[in-house]
Design a protein around this ligand. Structure first.
Ligand SMILES: Nc1nc2c(c(=O)[nH]1)N[C@H]1C(S)=C(S)[C@@H](COP(=O)(O)O)O[C@H]1N2
Ligand SMILES: [Mo]
Length: 242
């Protein structure tokens, strides 16, 4: 499930139109996500614009009780060591050499180790994961709020999007509205244990206000950008709020 960077003429046209849309909305800096010519995505984009324009503040995703925790299947990539030597080496050392790279529109680009991430104040939340395939699962996630890490790196005023890169070569982004949402965390713990390999070890994203595939597993790089970076169509909408 690699994202393709191939841009067709149609996609370029659609992206161009989205660009025009962003000009219209420029006073509030809310570009329209690409719909890749899919008519259903126009609905998603309407939801996106409506949510970002009309909602006064951040609403929280529902949090559950400990007793509500369910089993959760691991889906998509479940072990990047099968194809990535880099990941395989890190796994063999229990991720003691793992580093999260932070770059782009930040005052202090650099690296954070797992130990560094665990030194920040943590947040634990019991939430429901909604996979686009139809299943849901409730789990407890522990990690550092993304906002804490972005503030630590010194996010620049021109920044608008946060892009994530994973060991299975996923590239995806969220806007700052979701990035600074209090429940958007870089999770290193699940159900009271270190995050397991099938669920995205050592660190995955939890974006509780969007559908399952936005919660990227196996993260190694965060890149803050001033503009929307089109990482290509993966067959799912860029914005899929719940
Ligand atoms: N890097 C990466 N992140 C990913 C995926 C993946 O295959 N690779 N699958 C996504 C999808 S579709 C879902 S539903 C969830 C699954 O998380 P889980 O395997 O912990 O259940 O992770 C999401 N994040
Ligand atoms: Mo999913």
């Amino acid at each position: 499930m690699k994202k393709s960077a191939i841009v067709t003429r149609r996609q370029a046209l659609v992206t161009g139109l989205a660009g025009m849309g962003s000009l219209l909305l420029q006073q509030c800096s809310r570009p329209i996500p690409p719909d890749y010519g899919n008519i259903l995505r126009m609905g998603d984009n309407f939801t996106y614009i409506a949510q970002r324009t009309l909602l006064p503040g951040q609403t929280l995703a529902r949090e559950y009780r400990f007793a509500d925790i369910s089993s959760m299947p691991a889906t998509g990539t479940t072990n990047p060591a099968k194809f990535s030597d880099t990941y395989d080496k890190l796994l063999r050392n229990s991720f003691s050499d793992w580093q999260l790279r932070i770059e782009g529109s930040v005052e202090r680009p650099g690296f954070l180790s797992l130990e560094d991430l665990k030194k920040f104040p943590s947040r634990t939340q019991i939430t429901k994961h909604h996979c686009e395939e139809g299943w849901t699962a409730i789990a407890e996630w522990t990690g550092v709020p993304l906002s804490t890490v972005l503030q630590y790196a010194g996010i620049k005023p021109s920044a608008r999007f946060v892009n994530f890169h994973s060991y299975d070569e996923w590239i995806d982004s969220i806007d700052l509205y979701d990035a600074f949402h209090p429940q958007t965390i870089l999770a290193y713990g699940m159900n009271g244990k270190n995050l397991s390999v099938p669920h995205g070890a050592p660190v995955r994203l939890r974006v509780e206000k969007q559908i399952g595939y936005k919660s990227m597993k196996y993260i190694h790089k965060i890149e803050v950008t001033d503009e929307f970076v089109d990482a290509g169509d993966i067959g799912w909408a860029w914005f899929n709020g719940i």
